[in-house]
Design a binder for this molecule. Structure first.
Ligand code: HSE
Length: 444
C-alpha cells in the first residue's frame, strides 16, 4: 500500500495533486493503482502523484477502492476550480458535462488527461485549440487502444512521418465476441454478456457492437496521423450485429477470420488529397498479423513513407489496462508542470473526406435464396450487370433455401452496393447477409 494521500511525503519528489472526475471501472482502477504504487511511481518518474479529490455522480454507490470516502464529492466543478489541484483527469465519458469541465480546467490553467473518445472524436479540434491557447496539455492516450501507446506513437514518435494508412482492431468487446464465436461457437448474445461481465464493454454496449466506439477511435487516430479535423461523423461505420456463426465457419474454411476492422487511409491524386475513414467487419487472411489478435486485445498497423509498416499490440479494454494509459499521460502532464511550453502545435487541417463508394476492395457477399431452378443464373446476372467479377462461390443447402457465399475479384464499392440492391429486388433472394470486405489477399 502507498501512503495515504493526506500524509503526502516530504522528500525530493514534488507532489502533484490530481482531481479525478468520474470513478467507474477505469477510475477505480486508476485510484487503486496510484494509491498502491505512488512510491514506486515517484521512484520511476520523479513525480509523486496523489489523487486528492474525486467527483462522482452518486455518492452512495459502493466502490471497490478502499479509503475513498473522504475524497468524494458530487460537485465536479468544485474539483476543477480547487486551487490545490494541479491536474484534472476526466473519466466521465460522453459530451456533457465532460466538455464544459475540461474547458473550465484548461481555462483555469490545468492540464487535462481524458479517456473520452466520444468527446475527442467530435470536439477534438476545438479542445486542442483551447489547450494550445491556454498553454496546457490535453492528453488522451487511454481514449484509443487501451494500454497501447498509440496516440503517443502517432503524435510524437511518428510526428514527422508521412503516414499513408492506419489500420487495425480497436474495439476489445467486438474482438472478444468474434473470438469466442469462432473458438467455442458461443452465440453472439452469450459472448456479449461475457464481455460486459469482464468490464470490456461501454456503459451502453450498442456503441461497441454497432461500431460507434471504433468509429470514434478511428476519427481520433486519423486526426492525429493526418493532422486533420476528422470527426466520428466522417467515418463510414458498420458493426458486427449481422455476423452469424455460419459466416465465421465459412471464413475459417476458406482461410480467413472475421474481425471488426478500422481503417484510416490517405489518397493523393495529383493535387487532390482525400481521407477515407471506415469501420466494418472484414474477412482477414489467417496469415495476416491482424488475424492472430484475439480476445479483448487490440492491434494497429501504421504505414509510413519512411518508417514502413509498424504494428502496435496490447490490451485494448479493461479497467486496469486503460488506467495504465491514463497513468502515463498523468506522468507526462505532471512533468509538463515543471517546464515552459514554447512550442505550438500547428492547427489541424481541413481535409476532403473520400466517400466509401470510392473504395476498391475484394468482397464477400452472402445470400440466402430459394433453392429452385435458375436462381444461380439470376443471381450471377446481377453481379455481371454491375461489372462485379466473381472469384469463388460456395453453396450449402437446406431443404428449401440455399446459402450462397460469393467472393469477388477486386471491385468498386459503388458497384458492389448496386449489386446488393439488385439482389435484394430478386424474388428468389430471401435474405442478404452482412457485407464483408476482404483483407490480406493478393489482389486486395
Ligand atoms: N468498450 C471499449 C472496447 C473499451 O471494448 O474496446 C475501450 O475503449
Amino acid at each position: 500500500m502507498g501512503r495515504p494521500n493526506d500524509e503526502l511525503a516530504q522528500d525530493n519528489f514534488s507532489t502533484v495533486r490530481v482531481g479525478l472526475l468520474g470513478c467507474g471501472n477505469v477510475g477505480c482502477a486508476l485510484v487503486s493503482l496510484i494509491d498502491a504504487e505512488s512510491e514506486a511511481i515517484a521512484e520511476r518518474t520523479g513525480v509523486r502523484l496523489a489523487i486528492t479529490r474525486i467527483a462522482v455522480r452518486d455518492l452512495a454507490k459502493r466502490r471497490s477502492v478502499p479509503e475513498i470516502a473522504s475524497r468524494l464529492t458530487d460537485d465536479p466543478m468544485s474539483v476543477v476550480e480547487d486551487e490545490e489541484i494541479d491536474l484534472i483527469v476526466e473519466l466521465i465519458g460522453g459530451i456533457e458535462p465532460a466538455e464544459s469541465l475540461i474547458e473550465a480546467a484548461l481555462r483555469e490553467g490545468k492540464s487535462v488527461v481524458s479517456a473520452n473518445k466520444d468527446l475527442l472524436a467530435s470536439r477534438g479540434t476545438k479542445l486542442h485549440d483551447l489547450a494550445a491557447s491556454a498553454g496546457r496539455d490535453l492528453l488522451y492516450e487511454a481514449a484509443v487502444g487501451g494500454a497501447i501507446p498509440l496516440v503517443r506513437a502517432l503524435s510524437v514518435s511518428l510526428a514527422g512521418e508521412r503516414v499513408h494508412r492506419v489500420m487495425g482492431i480497436v474495439n476489445g468487446t467486438t474482438n472478444y465476441i468474434l473470438t469466442r464465436m469462432s473458438e467455442s461457437s458461443a452465440s453472439y448474445e452469450e459472448a456479449l454478456i461475457e464481455a460486459i461481465k469482464l468490464g470490456f464493454a461501454e456503459a451502453d454496449p450498442t456503441a461497441d457492437v454497432e461500431g460507434y466506439d471504433a468509429a470514434a477511435k478511428t476519427a481520433i487516430m486519423a486526426s492525429i496521423a493526418f493532422n486533420a479535423d476528422i470527426t466520428a461523423h466522417d467515418v463510414y461505420c458498420r458493426g458486427i450485429t449481422e455476423i452469424v456463426v455460419a459466416d465465421i465457419d465459412f471464413a475459417s474454411r476458406r482461410g480467413y477470420v472475421i474481425k471488426l476492422l478500422a481503417v484510416a487511409e490517405r489518397f493523393v491524386e495529383g493535387e487532390d488529397e482525400s481521407i477515407l475513414v471506415r469501420v466494418h467487419p472484414a474477412m482477414i487472411r489467417k496469415s495476416h498479423p491482424l488475424a492472430s489478435v484475439h480476445g479483448a486485445f487490440n492491434a494497429v498497423f501504421i504505414e509510413g513513407e519512411h518508417a514502413g509498416e509498424l504494428m502496435l499490440y496490447g490490451r485494448g479494454a479493461g479497467g486496469s489496462a486503460t488506467a495504465s494509459a491514463v497513468l502515463g499521460d498523468l506522468v507526462e502532464a505532471a512533468r509538463g508542470l515543471q517546464r515552459v511550453t514554447t512550442f505550438e502545435q500547428p492547427a489541424r487541417r481541413h481535409v476532403q473526406i473520400r466517400p466509401i463508394d470510392q473504395l476498391s476492395s475484394t468482397y464477400c457477399i452472402t445470400i440466402e435464396a430459394k433453392d429452385r431452378t435458375g436462381v444461380m443464373a439470376e443471381v450471377a446476372d446481377v453481379f455481371g450487370s454491375q461489372g462485379v467479377s466473381i472469384r469463388s462461390m460456395e453453396q450449402t443447402d437446406s431443404y428449401s433455401e440455399a446459402r450462397m457465399v460469393f467472393i469477388t475479384h477486386l471491385a468498386r464499392e459503388s458497384d458492389v452496393q448496386a449489386t446488393l440492391h439488385g439482389l435484394e429486388k430478386l424474388d428468389s433472394v430471401v435474405r442478404l447477409g452482412g457485407l464483408l470486405r476482404v483483407v490480406g489477399d493478393e489482389d486486395e
